[in-house]
Design a binder for this molecule. Structure first.
Ligand code: SAM
Ligand code: DTB
Ligand code: SF4
Length: 327
């Protein structure tokens, strides 16, 4: 299937919603079959996450503790981190078995004057033998190119929810704004990490539409984080009713089928999930996690717990060929 014309059309929202409606076992069987076809089912990618500039963000994303517009725990901002702190974290993450370091900022987007230090952070993580990912908010075409030239591997920029539900969650930017940054990132030749959050009052149709929107991008993202909302005190979504865990598994399975070659990351919210639920998600096609005590501002599953879970399930952390070859 080398010819683009031979590529199957991406699944649309109706087809994806029909997947959600399958009996649970049928959906899981289909998803796991696709998963095995494209990936080693016992191997999971491990990414560490570091907040290099926390809080004080001008945007009003309803789920986020870092918005200056909410009364959340990180509504007030810290300065951009120093290089030594990033180096020490990268070293520890590598020792704990992380393959990639994702660095995040509570910005609408970087100012050009920030990029020099961001580029030094990329060098630092690469020097420790890690793949690199940044999530800095909106990027213009030139900023994306500068990051690519600096050796950045991935850029994370989530669509977060369906195009239709987006305006219920954030008013300071549009869904189309997010698509524009994704285009700049893709055009610069960076790998795209793009996913969303579940449990923000969306319907099953919205979840199907979100996956359809990811599958309809000009190229499917290489990495798709699926976050469970971590309800943060002081944010508009602090009292959002929790999502049925089986619906999380169904969403992972639908994402696996609609995005067969993407790494699907079981992202925020793992600290509140049982081992059995995580095992079902891995069976349904999740094959990436964030490793480390903390996400950006909230707790993650502990590395010790994850090591035991991997042992129990016979899972292995991915060894990166790219990183091996780079040395
Ligand atoms: N400011 C940049 C942006 O919004 O693109 C980058 C950092 S932002 C915190 C990265 C992602 O974290 C968001 O797109 C969202 O998917 C996720 N996130 C933030 N708060 C969350 C929460 N309370 N629960 C789950 N995911 C969350
Ligand atoms: C993503 O999709 N999830 C990560 C990462 N990309 C940047 C962030 C999760 C944040 C969870 C809430 C917090 O720790 O503040
Ligand atoms: Fe700012 Fe990103 Fe949080 Fe939105 S998700 S408030 S852009 S840090």
């Amino acid at each position: 299937m080398n010819d683009l014309a031979d590529m199957p059309a991406p699944l649309g929202a109706d087809a994806i919603e029909a997947l959600f409606a399958l009996p649970f076992n049928d959906l899981l069987y289909r998803a796991h079959t696709v998963h095995r076809h494209h990936f080693d089912p016992n191997e999971v990618e491990t990414c560490a996450l570091l907040s290099i500039k926390t809080g004080g963000c001008p945007e009003d994303c309803g789920y986020c503790s870092q918005s200056a517009r909410h009364d959340g725990p990180a509504s007030r901002g810290t300065p951009l981190m120093e290089e030594d702190e990033v180096r020490a974290f990268a070293r520890r993450a590598k020792a704990q078995g992380a393959r990639r370091l994702c660095m995040g900022t509570a910005w609408r987007g970087p100012k050009d004057r920030h990029l020099e230090r961001i580029i030094r952070f990329i060098d630092i993580a690469r020097a420790e033998g890690l793949e690199t990912c940044m999530t800095l908010g909106f990027l213009d075409a030139e900023q994306a190119q500068r990051l690519k030239q600096a050796g950045l591997d991935y850029y994370n920029h989530n669509i977060n929810t369906s195009p239709e539900h987006h305006e219920n969650i954030v008013t300071t930017h549009t869904f189309e704004d997010r698509l524009r940054t994704l285009e700049n990132v893709r055009e610069a030749g960076l790998k795209v990490c793009c996913g969303g959050i579940l449990g923000m009052g969306e319907t099953r149709r919205d979840r199907a539409r979100m996956i359809a929107a990811l599958a309809a991008l000009p190229e499917p993202p290489q990495s798709v984080p699926i976050n469970m909302l971590v309800p943060m005190p002081g944010t508009p979504l602090e009292n959002a009713p929790p999502l049925d865990p089986f619906e999380l598994v169904r969403t992972i399975a639908a994402a696996r089928i609609a995005l067969p070659t993407a790494r699907v990351r079981l992202s925020a919210g793992r600290h509140a999930m049982s081992d059995e639920l995580q095992a079902l998600c891995f069976f349904a096609g999740a094959n990436s996690i964030f490793l480390g005590e903390k996400l950006l501002t909230t707790d993650n599953a502990t590395p010790g717990h994850d090591a035991t879970l991997f042992e129990t399930l016979g899972l292995r952390a991915t060894v990166s060929e790219e990183v091996v070859n780079r040395k």
